[in-house]
Design a protein around this ligand. Structure first.
Ligand SMILES: *Cc1c(COP(=O)(O)O)cnc(C)c1O
Length: 372
C-alpha cells in the first residue's frame, strides 16, 4: 500500500507552498558567488535584524540547554505594553504561520467555510484545506480585498474570515475605517482574522482594540519576520480577547517558541530607531522601484508594504532570467498571477540592480516581457 493511500483526506490536495529559493541554492545552480546574489523574493528586511536583537539572541544561546519560557512571559508583557492591552490577550507563535494553523486546529473542520481574497496570502487556503474546511475565495478588484463582497460571502457555515492588510502578494491595504466597518458587520459566529504582517509599513495602522474589548470576535496577527528582520527565527504573535487566547493556548505545543527568538524579538521591539530607519528607507526604495518600473512600461503596483507587484508578461520567464543574473524575485503563478512578479524592496544598490537587469531583459527581448 502506498503512503499516499494511507494519508488523511485533504492531505493530498494540499497545494504545496513554494518558498523563495535560498541564496546558496541559486548560487550553486548558476555558478555565482553567494555574496553577489540579491534575494528580493520573500519580503525580508534587507537591513537584517536590529544589532540589539542580534546581541540579545547571541546571549540567549548561552542558555540554549534550558527549555525556553513556555509562556513567553517577558515578551508577552512587552507586547502588551506596546499595544496597550493585557498580557493575557497575547499569544506568541513560531511565526504567525503557526498562529494561522492554531486557528485551524481550534476552529476548522469539514463542513465549515473560510472566506478569503482570491489573491490573499496562500497560507489561508492551505490551513483551511488542512482541516478539511472549504475555502470561499472572493475576487479582488484592483488587487484589494473587497470587504463588502467578503461580508456578503459569509454564511451560517462560515467560521473564519481572513484579511491581510497590506496583503501579500498584492501589497494593497484597506483603510483602517473600512476594516472597522467590516469587522462590525460580521455575525457573532464568525472570527475575523486581520493579518497585520506588514502593518508597520503603513502610515495609519488600523486599531482593533476597542472592537476586541467590546466583545467582537477579532484576532490580529503580527510577525517579527518582516520589518523586524527576524524571519529565520520564526516568531510572531496573535492578540485578541483573553477568551480567544485561552482557547488557542490549548492547541499549541508547550514550548512552541525558542528562547533565541524570544530574546531577539524582545530586543527588536525596544529598538524603535532601527524600525523607523527601515520604514523610511523602504518607502524611498518602494517609490524608486515602482516609479522606475512604471516608466519602463511595466505596470507596477507600489502597494503599502515592502514589495512591489509588477506586470512582466511571462512571470516565470523573467524570474528565471533574473535568477541567472543573481537576483531572486517571486513568480506568482501559484496566486493565479502568472504575468506578474513580486519584488521585495531591497537596499538602494539592489533596487538599482534589479531595475538595470529588467531594463536589459527588455532591450534584449530575452523574455516575453509584455508592455502595456
Ligand atoms: C510574511 C507573512 C507572514 C509572516 O509569517 P511568519 O510565519 O510570521 O514568518 C504572515 N502573513 C503574511 C500575509 C505574510 O506575508
Amino acid at each position: 500500500m502506498k503512503y499516499a493511500e494511507l494519508a488523511n483526506t485533504g492531505v493530498l490536495d494540499q497545494p504545496v507552498y513554494e518558498p523563495g529559493k535560498p541564496i546558496e541554492t541559486v548560487a550553486r545552480e548558476f555558478g555565482l558567488d553567494p555574496s553577489c546574489v540579491a534575494k528580493l523574493a520573500s519580503n525580508e528586511n534587507p537591513y537584517g535584524p536590529s544589532p540589539k536583537a542580534l546581541l540579545a539572541g547571541a546571549k540567549a544561546l548561552n542558555v540554549a540547554h534550558l527549555y525556553p519560557d513556555g509562556g513567553c512571559v517577558n515578551l508577552c508583557a512587552k507586547i502588551a505594553e506596546i499595544r496597550g492591552i493585557d498580557p493575557e490577550q497575547v499569544l506568541v507563535g513560531n511565526g504567525s504561520n503557526e498562529l494561522l494553523e492554531l486557528l485551524g486546529h481550534a476552529f476548522l473542520r469539514p463542513g465549515l467555510e473560510v472566506v478569503m481574497g482570491a489573491q490573499a496570502f496562500i497560507v489561508y487556503k492551505l490551513v483551511t484545506k488542512m482541516f478539511g474546511a472549504t475555502p470561499v475565495e472572493v475576487a479582488m478588484p484592483n488587487f484589494t480585498h473587497d470587504l463588502e463582497k467578503m461580508a456578503a460571502a459569509v454564511t451560517k457555515r462560515t467560521r473564519i474570515v481572513f484579511v491581510a492588510s497590506p496583503n501579500n502578494p498584492t501589497g494593497m491595504a484597506n483603510s483602517a475605517a473600512d476594516l472597522v466597518t467590516f469587522a462590525k458587520s460580521l455575525p457573532d459566529h464568525v472570527i475575523f482574522c486581520l493579518d497585520e504582517a506588514y502593518a508597520e509599513y503603513l502610515e495609519a495602522e488600523p486599531d482593533m482594540r476597542t472592537l476586541i474589548n467590546s466583545g467582537r470576535k477579532i484576532v490580529c496577527l503580527r510577525t517579527f519576520s518582516k520589518i523586524y528582520g527576524l524571519g529565520g527565527l520564526r516568531i510572531g504573535y496573535a492578540y485578541g480577547s483573553k477568551e480567544l487566547m485561552d482557547v488557542l493556548q490549548r492547541v499549541r505545543q508547550p514550548f512552541n517558541v525558542n528562547s533565541v527568538a524570544q530574546a531577539s524579538a524582545f530586543a527588536a521591539l525596544e529598538d524603535s530607531e532601527f524600525v523607523e530607519m527601515c520604514r523610511s528607507e523602504n518607502a524611498i526604495g518602494r517609490k524608486f522601484l515602482s516609479d522606475a518600473l512604471n516608466e519602463l512600461g511595466m505596470r507596477t503596483y507600489a502597494g503599502d508594504a515592502n514589495f512591489v507587484l509588477t506586470h512582466v508578461g511571462d512571470g516565470v520567464g523573467v524570474f528565471k532570467e533574473l535568477q541567472k543574473r543573481g537576483i531572486i524575485v517571486r513568480p506568482l503563478g501559484g496566486y493565479g498571477l502568472p504575468e506578474y512578479i513580486r519584488i521585495t524592496v531591497g537596499k538602494p544598490d539592489e533596487n538599482k540592480r534589479v531595475l538595470k537587469e529588467l531594463c536589459s531583459l527588455k532591450e534584449e527581448s530575452l523574455v516575453g516581457i509584455n508592455y502595456e
